[in-house]
Ligand binder design. Structure first.
Ligand code: ZN
Length: 104
């Protein structure tokens, strides 16, 4: 399978992975951010993992997921579980705010 020539250059996050692994993760996740669900072009896809200090190519594909730049940056040092929990709580707060606003 051919590989977008600028993918690795644009995003150092995924530069040093073999092309097949990048594609495997991208295709498995449907080309979408696994946190917000946004559809991603290959060249804007970040590969996220919860193993700080470990090189990406040493991590099993099951522990890698696609993320958009916004989610990847916002996730920071959180684990995937922590970040999903953070997003759910924030969403709930926004919904409560929205419902409270409608009641006025
Ligand atoms: Zn996202």
């Amino acid at each position: 399978m051919s590989f977008p020539c600028n993918w690795g250059r644009v995003h150092p996050v995924i530069t040093d992975m073999a092309g097949d692994r990048r594609w495997s993760v991208y295709l498995r996740d449907g080309g979408c951010c696994t946190y917000c669900g946004r559809a991603l072009r290959p060249e804007e896809t970040h590969l996220d993992h919860d193993h700080p200090g470990i090189r990406v190519e040493e991590i099993a594909i099951e522990h890698l997921c696609c993320a958009c730049g916004d989610c990847h940056a916002e996730k920071g040092d959180r684990t995937g579980v922590e970040y999903r929990s953070f997003r759910r709580v924030r969403h709930a707060h926004e919904m409560l705010h929205h419902l409270a606003g409608r009641g006025r």
